[in-house]
Design a protein around this ligand. Structure first.
Ligand SMILES: CC(C)(COP(=O)(O)OP(=O)(O)OC[C@H]1O[C@@H](n2cnc3c(N)ncnc32)[C@H](O)[C@@H]1OP(=O)(O)O)[C@@H](O)C(=O)NCCC(=O)NCCS
Length: 297
């Protein structure tokens, strides 16, 4: 890092919006999602949305969010391209971690691309530990015309409102959770099973017992690549005995078809024991890179 640029870190305000647009304008060829979520982030009463100000101008930002229970999430770390490599992202993250230490609890995590070296570097500097590596796996949704090896009955029963505690307990004790580093994927945000997360999935009508309560499946609809791909159901958590996971995944493909989707996906952990199961269930890795999840407790 060159010399640390002196910045003033403070909570974001509504009138920072023009500067935020300028910071994010060139990021990811102008396809940054931050402008879309900014109004919601400004209004979020939990966590904190911080900006870095230099000579009266906002040149960077970052967000701390509460996921559930003792689980917190860092996201939206951005620095204006003109001011990169001067420790601005490090200073924003330090302030977000302080905010979490003051007002949060438990564990804070973040996800970043396997290629984003500055973020790996700053995570290590600030005492985060890499806890998981994930990549995107996709299979065609199965319909009546798909080969006979697919199980024919759907075998899913929606979870009831009253079952969120039981579901979290089931997922926590499930052997498949260790193949996912103990975390569920809440649409590109990772946290351990918690009743509140199942409550949300139940309200969305996207959580089921499988095969007479021998398994559990929760999903979300991924709309991340809407320009390239139509929305697709992705696995939030798949819990069962290891020797039943391939069948659960095949059933998930059928479920995806019955819900009207053409594909089914999973941001699956790159665990060596999981790869043959994914292959057996017809899932292919469609992403060359990985996402690293870092954690600090
Ligand atoms: C990624 C990003 C936030 C980094 O911001 P930054 O202010 O340049 O980062 P910092 O200057 O604090 O650098 C952090 C560390 O990475 C190192 N670093 C910076 N650029 C690097 C590079 N290209 N390769 C290797 N290391 C690099 C720095 O030396 C520093 O390490 P050190 O403290 O050990 O010296 C910024 O480039 C950005 O907004 N990118 C686009 C959006 C994005 O990718 N956000 C992250 C999403 S997870």
């Amino acid at each position: 890092m060159g010399e640390r640029l002196p910045v003033h870190i403070r909570p974001a305000r509504e009138n920072d919006t023009a500067d935020m647009l300028e910071v994010t304008r060139q990021i990811w060829e102008g396809h940054d999602y931050v402008p879309l979520v900014w109004p919601g982030w400004l209004a979020d009463p939990n966590g904190g949305l911080l900006v870095a100000e230099h000579q009266g101008r906002v040149i960077g930002l970052g967000k701390l969010s509460h996921l559930a229970g003792d689980d917190w999430w860092l996201q939206g770390l951005r620095v204006h391209p003109e001011f990169e490599r001067h420790g601005v992202a490090t200073q924003i993250t330090e302030a977000l971690v302080e905010e979490w230490q003051r007002n949060g609890s438990g564990t804070v995590r973040l996800a970043t691309s396997s290629q984003r070296l500055p973020v790996h570097q700053l995570c290590e500097r600030l005492g985060f530990v890499k806890v998981g590596e994930y990549s995107v796996f996709v299979a065609p949704a199965a319909d009546e015309a798909t080969p006979a090896f697919l199980p024919t009955s759907l075998d899913f029963r929606p979870l009831l409102d009253s079952e969120s505690e039981e579901a979290a307990e089931f997922a926590l004790n499930s052997p498949t959770l260790s193949l996912a580093d103990g975390l569920m994927d809440l649409s590109w945000q990772w946290a351990p099973p918690h009743p509140a997360l199942f409550q949300q999935a139940i309200q969305r009508q996207q959580a089921w017992w499988w095969h007479g309560r021998r398994g559990l499946l929760a999903i979300y609809i991924d709309q991340d690549d809407e320009d390239i791909e139509p929305p697709r159901p992705f696995i939030e958590v798949a819990a069962c005995e290891l020797n039943q996971l391939a069948t659960l995944l095949l059933n998930f493909r059928r479920l995806a078809a019955s819900l009207g989707y053409q594909k089914a996906g999973w941001n699956a952990a790159l665990h060596p024991d999981l790869m043959p199961i994914l292959e057996q269930a017809g899932f292919e890795r469609v992403w060359e890179h990985a996402l690293f999840v870092y954690s600090k407790s």
